[in-house]
Design a protein around this ligand. Structure first.
Ligand SMILES: Cc1ncc(COP(=O)(O)O)c(C=O)c1O
Length: 364
């Protein structure tokens, strides 16, 4: 039986042709015209002046933190309901981590964030807030950036899952704060097989991040270094896949939205799952639902598994992870409930009618 994956790459001849063109150009290297063109496309879709294509979304966050100088004297605030990569680079830099509960959308609760920032203003050291656009649903960026300004905190949007989404005020995902980051991992709405990007309006930051991603070489004919960088640049071959993908973004978004409408129709026809309310402008990367109880959620995941269909629980909150047991959490019960009853439903761009029929049979 054909396996239905949660969110597999949706690629065809156009990606192959782009990769082939990249080969023919001779730039089989971590630089080249496709990287530059991909960056121009990313700048366009993010509404940011600059985009720097790198090896992963995690690398993008790490590079921004390197630029900011995040270290043990910093506090990094993030929503508890996220993928570990949001705070992985901050953890490795020794920053103090503070987690904040979700609101009903799954994104960071801004009232609790305000409390956390208020508490931290009495503590020495700098603060970075990393809100997340969970499952492609853009968080309250306007409110969060106002809070960050008020408390003198830096803000970087983790829009890894939100390429193509827009916020409540019509800004593209990744447009708020000092910078935004995207992921182009194999499961994302736009994939390069693996990759990421920093998008920002700051030329200084973009130039520094680009330099850091290429071992921080000075502009000399010999290898001159005034700082130590990383090898995080995106390759021309990988960017070629991204270029073909990004040209299909409108089609991809339409297909993901069609998946959402399919699940909504199942809900309306009496299935006992509650699809998470849509957030205006979301990209519908994954459709998420909550079941009445954890037992019913686990049983649906098992039924899917028996039918060769992949589904997943919602992210396990960071404050429940043993590695972060000593970190401060503001609230927590909303995210815990979303985790215990939530399920990520198969949401690939290439789902066919026969796939949807198999999925519907499991849900009914
Ligand atoms: C919320 C979030 N942040 C960061 C990342 C990291 O991106 P990458 O896998 O490209 O390193 C991901 C995805 O994997 C993610 O879902």
């Amino acid at each position: 039986m054909k396996r239905i994956f949660l969110s597999p790459p949706w690629v065809d001849r156009s990606e192959r042709e782009c990769v082939s063109a990249a080969f023919d150009s001779g730039y089989v290297a971590p630089c080249g015209p496709m990287v530059e063109e991909f960056e121009r496309e990313l700048s366009r879709i993010s509404g940011r002046r600059h985009a720097v294509a790198v090896a992963s979304g995690t690398a993008a966050l790490d590079l921004i933190m390197e630029d900011l100088g995040v270290d043990g004297s910093w506090t990094v605030i993030a929503p508890t309901l996220t993928f570990i990569a949001t705070i992985g680079p901050a953890f490795h830099r020794g920053a103090k981590l503070v987690f904040v509960d979700s609101d009903a959308t799954g994104n960071i609760d801004t009232a609790l964030l305000a409390r956390a920032l208020g508490d931290l203003s009495r503590v020495k050291g700098k603060t970075l807030v990393i809100p997340v656009d969970l499952y492609g649903r853009v968080c309250k960026t306007g409110e969060i950036s106002a809070l960050c300004r008020l408390h003198g905190a830096a803000m970087v949007c983790d829009s890894a899952e939100a390429v193509g989404a827009i916020d409540l005020e019509g800004r593209p995902a990744g447009k708020c704060g000092l910078a935004g980051i995207y992921s182009f991992n194999g499961n994302k709405i736009v994939t390069t097989s693996g990759g990421g990007a920093v998008v920002t309006d700051s030329k200084r930051l973009a130039d520094h991040v680009r330099k850091l991603s290429q071992q921080s070489r000075e502009n000399k004919i010999w290898y001159e270094h005034k700082e130590v960088g990383f090898n995080y640049r995106m390759s021309n071959i990988v960017a070629a896949i991204g270029l073909a993908q990004i040209r299909k973004l409108p089609e991809i978004l339409a297909k993901r939205e069609a998946n959402f409408r399919f699940y909504r129709s199942l809900e309306e026809s009496g299935a006992s799952l509650k699809i998470w309310d849509s957030v205006p402008g979301e990209n519908h990367w994954l459709t998420i639902a909550s079941l009445p109880s954890r037992r019913e959620r686990d049983s649906l995941i098992r039924r899917f598994g028996d039918a060769c269909i992949e589904s997943r629980p919602v992210w396990k909150p960071m404050h429940l992870q043993s590695v972060f047991r000593n970190c401060r959490i503001y609230g927590g019960s909303v995210a815990e409930d979303l985790f215990l009853r939530g399920i990520c439903l198969p949401s690939g761009s290439g789902l066919e009618k026969s796939d949807l029929a198999r999925i519907a049979a499991c849900i009914r």
